[in-house]
Design a protein around this ligand. Structure first.
Ligand SMILES: Nc1nc2c(ncn2[C@@H]2O[C@H](COP(=O)(O)OP(=O)(O)OP(=O)(O)O)[C@@H](O)[C@H]2O)c(=O)[nH]1
Ligand SMILES: [Mg+2]
Length: 364
């Protein structure tokens, strides 16, 4: 399952955002009393799935899910035990697929900022620098070990690896996050195991108060510079308000949102932006037993997509029957789509498109 890590300075509103996005009720406020890690699995809303349920009347529905991870921030004057916690914190972050950086913009005299003033641009710089530094430490350690090793073994493979790490080091020393570097797919594979933090796709999330939220678009314009680096994205949220909305039942929620003139829940906007950021699309499968949505990376082939369902289907792949969601929605049944010539047979190399409804033919 896809995992999104929530990070940010202490008291930037991470846990409030976590609650808003997941409808959870984790304790907010004082970091020391909060649980060290909050985890929540969220279903990715997709109206296309609802329509397929109408069409196929399945026994079972399986929706794409993502997991949010919120990890308690540390104070600046970290003690030894805090440092141990920090190692665990960095480890948890490394396991995630993308990062969601909560940026404090909200004014709240009851919640002191650890740096004494509200300055979101400074905060972004500080958090980004910490990620870069943490990667730099990993890279430097690895380089010095590899240096010793190469003197003994003289392996070309190690030399090649060292070269990539030197390139990483150069970038990090200049304060450039690794996500900004154009690695070849082989290079990416070679360093994938390090799970570098500055290489992960990053969604910057401006946490605005209710007053600021009226100007959400202007705030995003003002911070658009963060999206100049590749694999970054930007959104805003009024976390406190959204947490309240997430806690309401369906009927109250609709009314409350109407009163406030909100068209969409922040949790939905943020999931969409995260999917785009990660380059994810969805293909669908439907039938009487089950309707299922499958997240995949954009650009993968029909045969690779089949592997998401089962390796046997991938190995024994013959053809994929594909109807686009738009056609199936319009025509209302698989049989009708076939009759109208909207069912297409594709081979292994077909590049799956977002919203393809697929049926795989395979040999076992
Ligand atoms: N006014 C206002 N207060 C907020 C907003 N978001 C968070 N807060 C308050 O800020 C305080 C800290 O929020 P948390 O969500 O616990 O922050 P955190 O980043 O998880 O804090 P740590 O885990 O301790 O680092 C709480 O008292 C929240 O109510 C907001 O959008 N507006
Ligand atoms: Mg927290």
């Amino acid at each position: 399952m896809l995992q999104l890590g929530i990070l940010g300075l202490p008291l930037s509103g991470k846990t409030t955002v976590f609650n808003a996005l997941s409808g959870s009720h984790a304790a907010v406020g004082d970091y020391s009393t909060a649980k060290s890690v909050n985890l929540a699995v969220v279903k990715v809303p997709d109206p296309r799935l609802d329509r397929l349920v109408e069409i196929f009347q399945p026994k079972k529905i399986t929706q794409t899910e993502i997991e949010y991870v919120d990890i308690a921030g540390l104070t600046r004057d970290a003690s030894a035990s805090d440092r141990k916690k920090e190692a665990a914190y960095v480890h948890s972050l490394r396991q995630t697929d993308a990062l969601l950086q909560v940026v404090r913009c909200f004014e709240n005299p009851n919640v002191p900022h650890p740096d004494g003033s509200i300055d979101p641009k400074r905060d972004i710089n500080e958090v980004d620098s910490e990620l870069i530094l943490s990667d730099l430490i990993v890279v430097e350690n690895r380089i010095s070990k590899l240096d010793h090793l190469i003197k003994v073994t003289h392996k070309d493979q190690d030399e090649a690896h060292l070269k990539i790490l030197m390139r990483c080091k150069g970038a990090l020393e200049e304060g450039i996050p690794l996500r900004a570097i154009d690695f070849t797919s082989d290079e990416k594979k070679a360093i994938g195991g390090y799970r570098f933090l500055s290489q992960k796709p990053m969604l910057y999330l401006l946490n605005l108060d209710e007053k600021q939220c009226a100007d959400g678009e202007r705030w995003e314009e003002d911070f658009s510079f963060v999206t100049k680096t590749s694999q970054t994205s930007l959104a805003h949220i009024c976390a406190l308000l959204q947490m309240e909305i997430a806690g309401l039942d369906q009927a109250d929620r609709a009314e409350f949102m109407k009163d406030l003139g909100l068209k969409e829940l922040a949790s939905d906007t943020i999931i969409k932006k995260s999917f785009d950021l990660l380059g994810l699309i969805v293909f669908l499968t439907g039938g009487a037993p089950e309707v299922h949505s499958w997240p995949i990376y954009r650009g993968i082939t029909a045969q690779a997509a089949a592997g998401e369902i089962h390796t046997d289907i991938q190995k024994g792949f013959i053809k994929a029957e594909v109807v686009s969601y738009a056609d199936l929605d319009r025509l209302g049944s698989w049989a009708k789509a076939r009759d109208e010539g909207k069912l297409h047979l594709h081979g292994k190399e077909y590049i799956v498109q977002d919203g393809d409804v697929m049926l795989f033919r395979f040999n076992v």
